[in-house]
Design a protein. Structure first.
Length: 660
């Protein structure tokens, strides 16, 4: 015949079979076994159970609940108080109402603990809400077994969070860290489920054994209670069986409670394993897109005024090398914009520091975490309608440009661009300074690189405010080329030098730049299709032109000619002939004429010494007359200049040659 113990055993077996089911089935089994547990506690009658189906009120000016004596003192440090309900409220009433929670460790976790307090189920409404006019969260470092020396004080601050060490505020979804935590928890839970399964099995087996014993005692009692006569004759034996039965009842009740508790914990452990395993599967699937997709983790900090200070608890700004404020992210945006994207009127961003560094690089580290060098592969862009870089010094408390202020830009490749939206050169680029130096050199000061200026129009001026040339321009290089050519190399444009004194030399100089001597092996080449030296037009002719050299050569492929005045006297070399012409031609010194010589007009000579004399038409003398003198034909050739002076081409001048 089935007994109540068989019903308990059946319910326990059903619970054991469903510990791997979902939360709904487990909760159903717990609800069914709840009645059995009530019966167990009622029969065991351990402790005191006070219940009212309407309301239970404890009323007193002071209520102490705990394992305490009449004075309220704990009997020992052990003991547990559990308040379990669907809605639990603790209220401190009145203007000075206070709720205090004090314990070495206080934990608040927004989960559903279940009817027996074993579960930890996360619900969609899981939240912790704190609302007050002032909220203070304070963490102080006190000695072990010590005392907190600082009392939490908001000092008028609505929300105050203080820590002597570290404050972490995270709004971040993780993949690797979560996966690592899940793996660690699964390892611990799988290990626990093994031991919990054994413990639960032992507890269920103990209940089964005790149930068999109880049913055996009941089976022995049945024949002895068939009728009143049998009971009278076996009263001693019946009393013994009854005593055994009631002595065994607390044991089976305790065993039943132990089995239910262990099965509940086993069911929760298996539920957690299933939940974490499902989460790990979803996490593994999300890993591929985690780095590229938004995680929707956001941290909002809103305030009319914000202050970030690297200060200690006394309010002093820390100046040791470890004190700092760091921002680390893939993107940093600092904007002073309205919600519609327009600029806030008179908005500004100020950075004020003794030293400001802007780096677009990072330190390259090896597998051991050691720095191998720096990698610079980023870019730095400044875009504004007006950009001003000023290097100020301190002059009696004023920020002004001083002799010790400087602005340095150092890089391997540098571009200054003034262009329109289509990339065409536009606008102006000005460098305004009392002293400018453009150098491409190594660390020892040796020139090593190149300096290029490319523009449609290039001006280098040394002018005062009235556009008067006042300064100097010095260009010094080992090789120098000034070329005005197109991309095919064809000479175009013009090259103009204009100064009161113009010096073009190939000379060695002393340490002060003064002429010392001609450069050995130096050459100077001036060549053009047409060359004009000493004259631009009739109104601008050099007063004096000197050609001085150890050797002077004048070479004309077709004609070489020297004129004086307007061809009043000239020397002409043309067509293989050398001609000297003028109103008078005087030749001084010993003169040798080699080759056939024609005198086509009268020749006067004080004395002529002739080895052989032949007169073709006549020979006349005041003292000698031989034959008849017939005058020769007058010369028909008329000697004239072949070359004429022409004006040199006018140099083109740039418009706006002023101080710009």
């Amino acid at each position: 015949m089935a007994t109540i113990f068989d019903d308990w055993k059946t319910a326990l077996d059903n619970f054991q079979l469903k510990v791997s089911n979902d939360l709904k089935d487990i909760r159903q089994q717990k609800a069914e076994i709840q009645q059995l547990k009530t019966e167990i506690f009622n029969k065991v009658a351990q402790g005191r159970f006070i219940r009212d189906d309407q309301r239970l009120v404890l009323s007193a000016p002071e209520i102490i609940i705990g394992n305490v004596d009449a004075s309220g003192m704990l009997y020992s440090e052990q003991g547990a108080i559990v308040i379990r309900g669907q809605r639990v409220g603790v209220e401190g009433v009145g203007e000075h109402g206070v709720i205090e929670n004090r314990a070495p460790k206080i934990s608040q976790i927004a989960v559903d603990p279940g009817p027996d307090g074993v579960d930890a189920v996360v619900r969609s409404c899981s939240s912790i809400v704190s609302q007050a006019k002032q909220i203070t969260i304070q963490s102080n470092q006190a000695a072990e077994n010590g005392y907190f020396s600082r009392s939490p004080k908001a000092d008028g601050v609505s929300v105050c969070i203080h820590s002597d060490k570290t404050v972490d505020i995270d709004a971040a979804l993780s993949v690797e860290a979560r996966a690592s935590d899940i793996d660690e928890q699964l390892t611990n839970l799988n290990s626990a489920v093994t031991s919990q399964t054994l413990d639960a099995g032992e507890a269920v087996l103990a209940v089964s054994t005790l149930t068999t014993q109880m049913n055996g005692l009941l089976a022995l009692q049945d024949p002895l209670t068939v009728n009143e006569l049998m009971m009278r004759t076996t009263v001693t034996e019946l009393d013994d069986l009854t005593e055994q039965f009631y002595n065994l009842l607390p044991t089976i009740y305790n065993a039943m409670e132990t089995a239910v508790s262990r099965l509940s914990r086993l069911a929760e452990t298996k539920r957690r394993i299933k939940v974490l395993t499902d989460e790990k599967t979803e996490l593994d699937q999300a890993k591929a897109d985690f780095d590229t997709k938004c995680t929707d983790a956001v941290l909002h900090v809103n305030a009319e005024q914000m202050f970030f200070k690297s200060a200690d608890g006394d309010g002093k700004i820390r100046t040791n090398k470890e004190a700092s404020i760091s921002v680390q992210t893939g993107k940093v945006d600092v904007t002073t914009l309205k919600p519609d994207g327009t600029q806030i009127d008179e908005s500004h961003v100020n950075i004020n520091s003794n030293e400001v560094n802007v780096l677009t690089g990072y330190e390259k580290k090896n597998e051991n975490g050691e720095t191998e060098g720096n990698v610079m592969d980023g870019s730095f862009t400044v875009c504004s309608k007006t950009v001003l870089f000023s290097a100020y010094g301190d002059n009696n408390g004023d920020f002004v440009q001083t002799a010790d202020s400087s602005f340095d830009i150092s890089m391997e490749n540098m571009s200054f661009l003034s262009r329109d939206k289509d990339g065409n050169a536009a606008g102006k680029f000005r460098v305004f300074a009392n002293d400018q130096a453009y150098e491409t050199c190594d660390k020892d000061g040796n020139s090593t690189g190149s300096f290029s200026v490319r523009a449609k129009d290039t001006k280098i001026q040394s002018l005062d405010k009235d556009a008067n040339a006042t300064g100097s321009l010095t260009v010094k290089a080992e090789k120098m080329t000034l070329a005005s050519t197109d991309k095919s190399g064809k000479a175009i444009g013009q090259f103009s030098l204009n100064s009161k004194d113009v010096f073009v030399k190939s000379m060695d100089t002393d340490d002060k730049g003064a002429d010392k001597s001609l450069a050995a092996g130096g050459n100077m080449v001036l060549v053009a299709e047409k060359m004009f030296v000493g004259r631009t037009d009739k109104d601008n002719t050099s007063k004096e032109l000197q050609l001085s050299s150890d050797k002077t050569g004048v070479y004309g492929t077709t004609t070489a000619e020297i004129q004086q005045g307007e061809a009043k006297s000239l020397v002409q070399l043309t067509g293989g002939k050398a001609v000297v012409g003028g109103n008078n031609v005087d030749i001084y010194g010993s003169t040798a004429v080699i080759g056939t010589t024609d005198f086509e007009d009268t020749v006067y000579a004080p004395e002529i010494v002739v080895d052989n004399l032949t007169a073709k038409t006549s020979f006349k003398s005041k003292n000698i007359s031989d034959g008849v003198g017939i005058p020769g034909s007058p010369p028909t050739d008329k000697f004239s200049a072949k070359l004429s002076q022409t004006d040199a081409p006018k140099a083109k001048t740039d418009e706006g040659e002023g101080n710009n």
